[in-house]
Design a protein around this ligand. Structure first.
Ligand code: COA
Length: 330
């Protein structure tokens, strides 16, 4: 067991200004507001401008988190960016953000890809690195410009995703029992083909033909992913509660990955926790992958849904198929 505890010192988020409504989407593909709302709970999503890269979304979220923590970029010696849409395949999005924010060169900066579970994975990584005593202050960002990898002709996926960013500043805590109490991460590698970008990697580099077929975009087997999402998130939530001897009804707020309102409702029913204890903003942002949990966490804090002493459960699921949970005492 680590002797040091880690705490969230501040959070921030940012969503691009452009709102894409279901009504507007239904002029682009054969869909309707009614279909999207009843199947997913999504009403609108944000779309980054063509010249806005993931780092441009991550920077304002990070600035807000630093301001909330009362710190400056000079205080950060560890930057982890969870994303599947870095500005470029190489170098890491973290390096662009480091440069734009002016984080010192002695800071460790890298990206982490655990898809929609990325923020929970990055949080766990940052906390372990802080607990090692080798780092003092971490900035963890979940950011996505999913509009850049969505197939805008595929109605089964393009209606679900959006762009955004969320960030958290993490430091070492002084009060025992307050901060990140634990995490439970997992991965179901058998499911790699259920949610993926088939081309553009080392297995099958993009060709003119594959690009014409839009195989560099997200492909998903929605029904299978839905079932596994519910199963894995329920397991991740139950396991961590059991590990810490905590009953579900002791959790003040669950911040689930915002993929689909029906998935969140299923978890609420499995855990026998009412929907009022779940933070939901999927209606306004759609699924923003690694950005979804930190964006929701920041909105929850800023709207007074989290108070000192509360227990919050983060629970995530994404391509991989990765999943994970984190338990935080404020
Ligand atoms: N508009 C209108 N009709 C659509 C549509 C759209 N945007 N997308 C699909 N359809 C059609 C399908 O073609 C299908 O038609 P058919 O019956 O004639 O073949 C019909 O609607 C029903 O499709 P189905 O796949 O059964 O819908 P569903 O109830 O499973 O909902 C999802 C589809 C994608 C919303 C749902 O499966 C889901 O949310 N899956 C999980 C996705 C997810 O969260 N992924 C990210 C995890 S991190």
């Amino acid at each position: 067991m680590p002797t040091r505890s880690t705490v969230i010192l501040g959070t921030g988020s940012y969503a691009p200004a452009r709102v894409l409504t279901n009504a507007e989407l239904s002029t682009m593909v054969d869909t309707s507001d009614e279909w999207i709302r009843t199947r997913s709970g999504i009403r609108e999503r944000r779309i980054a401008a063509p010249d806005e890269a993931s780092s441009d979304l991550g920077v304002p979220a990070a600035r807000r988190a630093l301001e909330d923590a009362g710190l400056t970029p000079a205080d950060i010696d560890l930057l982890i960016v969870a994303t599947v849409t870095p500005d470029t395949p190489m170098p890491a999005c973290a390096c662009y953000i480091q440069h734009k924010l002016g984080i010192p060169t002695h800071a460790a900066c890298f990206d982490l890809n655990a898809a929609c579970s990325g923020f929970v994975y990055a949080l766990d990584t940052a906390c372990a690195m802080l607990e090692s005593g080798r780092y003092r202050k971490a900035l963890v960002i979940g950011v996505e410009k999913l509009s850049s990898i969505v197939d805008w002709q595929d109605r089964t996926t393009c209606v679900l995703f959006g762009d955004g960013a969320g960030a958290a500043v993490i430091g070492l805590g002084e009060t025992p029992g307050v901060g990140l109490l634990g995490t439970r991460l997992g991965s179901f590698g058998e499911g790699t083909d259920l949610l993926c970008i088939p081309r553009g990697g080392s297995r099958a580099p993009s060709t003119a033909e594959s690009i014409a077929a839009r195989d560099h975009c997200i492909r998903m087997k929605g029904k299978e992913v839905f079932k596994l999402a519910v199963r894995c998130m329920d397991e991740a939530a139950r396991d961590i509660l059991e590990q810490h001897g905590i009953r579900a009804d002791q959790i003040s707020l669950v911040i689930p990955h915002q993929a689909n309102l029906r998935i969140i409702e299923a978890i609420s029913s499995y855990l026998e926790l009412p929907m009022e204890r779940f933070f939901v903003n999927v209606d306004r942002y759609g699924n923003t992958s690694a950005a979804s949990i930190p964006l929701a966490l920041d909105e929850a804090r800023r709207t007074g849904r989290i108070k000192p002493g509360d227990l919050t459960l983060l629970v995530a699921f994404g391509a991989g198929l990765t999943y994970g949970s984190a338990l935080i005492r404020w």
